[in-house]
Design a protein around this ligand. Structure first.
Ligand code: NAP
Length: 281
């Protein structure tokens, strides 16, 4: 079984991006810029944002974090986004989720210019992805996709089962696999026989949020299994896949932690660079 090392893959991707940023700097005499808006003092969000800033600096991006208290008015945030939309030094804008209840998440997402939407959440980017056009792609599924392609460069005709249909993970993952000519089944909480669906799969991507939902006898030999789940349990952090059981059957499997997680931030940097490149055309 191939243990898919997300940390190593993310480090390799960051190295590639660092070289690309250096070439862009020579060509355009400027570097891509990422601005993150952080509202409130939720510890996980603070940690994510700190890691994003550190990684952005590491690859040579111009990075900035704008912080607001969780009492900030929605209007103030929207005005700041409008200002960043007009700022040529800002290639990508990310508003760290979740937001305080009084701020309308969808309004925030839709205020960010689609061309600066590094999270790929704007309806224009969602539509472009599902139409097969160029777009920003949500970072976690993009990371999963790159890991799958490392194991199996030609996905044409493969049967893929995506477990979970969130806008963040399951739906964009489905679109990426479709684009690669996979036959994709998207499953969810009302799916009648999830085990039977999974047993058909050459590729399984689990993004559910239920500890160890996907069992060893749900996976046929030679399946690539990508575990997006991050679940806190008494045993510590576990994924949506029963790792020990599934590793006996799978061809390749991501561990949790150390699988999909590290790729997410690297893909945010990749998206920022792509936004910059598109803005220079
Ligand atoms: P979400 O928005 O809660 O969506 C969960 C999906 O799972 C829903 O579509 C739900 O179906 C489906 N589901 C629930 N119970 C199910 C069952 N018994 N069988 C099949 N499907 C079921 O979750 P999310 O935001 O996509 O996150 C999923 C997991 O990924 C979480 O553990 C989260 O922490 C993790 N995550 C990891 C990263 C990373 O960087 N590694 C990033 C983001 C999220 P319905 O639509 O029918 O309700």
């Amino acid at each position: 079984m191939i243990l898919i090392d997300g940390k190593k893959a993310a480090a390799e991707l960051r190295e590639e991006l660092k070289n690309e940023v250096s070439q862009l700097k020579t060509k355009f005499n400027k570097v891509p810029g990422l601005t993150v808006i952080l509202i409130g003092d939720m510890t996980p969000s603070q940690i994510y944002v700190r890691n994003k800033e550190k990684s952005a600096n590491e690859v040579g991006l111009k990075s900035e974090v704008i912080k607001y208290p969780d009492t900030v008015e929605e209007k103030t945030v929207l005005e700041k986004i409008e200002e960043l939309n007009k700022d040529d030094t800002v290639s990508g804008i990310l508003v760290q989720l979740p937001l305080p209840k009084h701020i309308d998440k969808q309004k925030v997402i839709e205020t960010i210019l689609p061309s600066k939407d590094v999270d790929g959440f704007h309806p224009v980017n969602v539509g472009n992805l599902s139409s097969g056009y160029e777009s920003s792609v949500p970072c976690t599924p993009l990371g999963c996709y790159l890991l799958i392609k490392k194991i199996e460069p030609n996905l044409s005709g493969k049967k893929a089962v995506v477990v979970g249909r969130s806008n963040l993970n399951g739906k964009p993952m489905t679109q990426l696999l479709l684009k690669e000519n996979c036959t994709v089944t998207i499953t969810h909480s009302r799916t009648k026989d999830l085990k039977a669906e999974c047993l058909e799969a050459d590729i399984i991507v689990a993004a559910v949020g239920i500890p160890e939902l996907v069992k060893g006898d749900w996976v046929k030999k030679d399946t690539i299994v990508i575990d997006v789940g991050i679940n806190k349990t008494d045993k510590g952090i576990v994924g949506d896949v029963a790792f020990d059981e599934v590793s006996k059957n799978a061809k390749a499997l991501t561990p949790v932690p150390g699988g999909v997680g590290p790729m997410t931030i690297a893909c945010l940097l990749k998206n920022t660079i792509e936004c910059f490149k598109r803005s220079q055309i």
